[in-house]
Design a protein around this ligand. Structure first.
Ligand SMILES: Nc1ncnc2c1ncn2[C@@H]1O[C@H](COP(=O)(O)OP(=O)(O)O)[C@@H](O)[C@H]1O
Ligand SMILES: [Mg+2]
Length: 413
């Protein structure tokens, strides 16, 4: 017999954690009873991959679980969605997901699944949702498979005429080095995030160092190594929420981007809201490498050296916003994203796109959250905006501009 969700310890653990502390029996949501629906709220399933549920795959790199989530973070997403009147439960994006979802009445899934393993792991949950026919937030299958793969993303960027460091993908440490590439080079795992595999040894100055590092990535991460020209300069990131209108999504965004500046330093253009640019301030961490390694990413918030809005000329900030929206567009990203750049100090701060995070972290201390907070948004508003962007695409908004239907709910964001 199929076990009920209640009998599945992974789901049960989340259910306990996700209930509001003072939930009355009627408020408490049990997946067995189906998620109730009130007049205004949507039935939302927060899909997550918790670190503690990661399958044991045998030997793995020390930072293998860096991208997976904690219960505290998942509870924060759920609380933000409940504050807008939605009915929320959580499910783990594991192989049982298909079975569980088929038995639930769901309006939309709030997808945060990074995937536990496998090539294109971020695309696995969207593939399941597409198969069952359930709406969900964030990029679809092709988008998430492409953008998890940094080299695949760069091929799209190059084909779209967008600036990205020259590169070569190494599937074997013995491959001939492309004569186009100039040292120093930067070596990183092709399909990881959160600074995984990025440390002091990532920058290489000789062919011997390069081959040693490529060998290390191939062996330790079991995937190809992306080798790029090292861009000396500043690390900035540009986050956004929303979606382009169908017409705008079909053509390159105008240069310069004719968006309306918002008082908080962001910009609105055709359904997309771009947050102020954020920069890592390496002058505050002089004893660390001048790149965004996992060590820097894992600094506690109080010691995390970021500047938002970044001290940049308006013309550069606007150009970054344009490039971020265009990258979002050509990678077919949806609802939210964050684009990472390096600004070349030897080339008048010319922006080079490193990657797009089509499923960027949404925790209360993630970079995207810090950008939103810097603009005066609340955390709840950010999370609710991601859901609303997705809900709008599927026509779940009942013609309303916002799912926030009364003053009480508005007060909560
Ligand atoms: N080509 C490069 N030149 C200089 N620094 C780089 C380059 N590629 C990556 N980095 C540094 O490594 C950090 C992480 O790289 P990124 O490609 O964004 O991977 P992740 O998915 O781990 O965030 C960047 O923010 C930057 O500091
Ligand atoms: Mg990055």
């Amino acid at each position: 017999m199929t076990p009920s969700i209640k009998e599945d310890p992974a789901q049960y653990a989340f259910e306990e954690l996700a209930q509001p502390e003072n939930a009355t029996p009627t408020e408490a949501v049990s997946p067995q009873k189906k998620i109730p629906r009130t007049r205004h709220g949507l039935r939302v399933v927060v899909l997550h991959n918790l670190r503690k549920h990661a399958p044991q795959n045998g030997p793995r790199p020390a930072d293998a679980l860096a991208e997976l989530d904690s219960e505290t973070n998942v509870a924060a997403y759920a609380a933000a969605l409940r504050a807008a009147g939605h009915h929320v439960i959580g499910l783990d994006g594991n192989p049982d997901l298909f079975r569980h979802l088929k038995r639930l009445k769901v309006d939309i899934c709030f997808n945060t699944c990074e995937g536990y393993r496998g090539d294109g792991r971020e695309a696995q949950v969207p593939a399941v949702l597409e198969m069952i026919g359930i709406p969900y937030t964030g990029g679809k299958v092709t988008c998430l498979a492409n953008t998890l793969d940094k080299a695949a993303t760069k091929r799209i960027l190059v084909a779209s005429g967008l600036p990205t460091p020259r590169f070569q993908e190494f599937t074997h440490a013995g491959l001939a080095l492309s004569p186009e590439l100039r040292f120093p080079l930067f070596v990183k795992p092709n399909r990881e995030g959160t600074g995984m595999g990025i440390d002091t040894g990532s920058m290489v100055r000789s062919e011997a160092q390069l081959r040693e590092r490529v060998e290390y990535i191939l062996k330790e991460y079991g995937e190809s190594a992306l080798v790029e020209e090292y861009i000396p300069g500043r690390d900035v990131t540009c986050g956004l929420v929303g979606n382009l209108t169908a017409l705008e999504a079909g053509q390159a965004v105008p240069d310069p981007l004719p968006g309306d500046r918002t008082p908080g330093g962001g910009m609105d253009w055709n359904g997309v809201h771009v947050f102020p640019i954020s920069e890592v301030d390496y002058s505050r961490i002089p004893d660390m490498d001048p790149f965004y390694s996992r060590k820097v990413k894992e600094l506690p918030l109080a010691a995390y050296p970021y500047l938002c809005p970044a001290p940049l000329l308006t013309s550069i900030a606007s150009d970054l916003a344009r490039l971020a929206v265009e990258t979002f567009r050509v990678t077919q990203s949806l609802d939210f994203a964050r684009v990472d750049f390096r600004l070349h100090t030897g080339e008048n701060l010319k922006p080079y796109i490193l990657e797009i995070n089509s499923l960027p972290g949404l925790t209360p201390i993630s970079d995207l959250t810090l950008c939103a907070l810097a603009e005066g948004w609340s955390y709840n508003r950010l999370i609710q905006s991601v859901l609303e962007a997705g809900a709008k695409r599927y026509g779940l908004m009942n013609g309303a501009d916002s799912l926030l239907v009364n003053d009480e709910q508005k007060r909560l964001i």
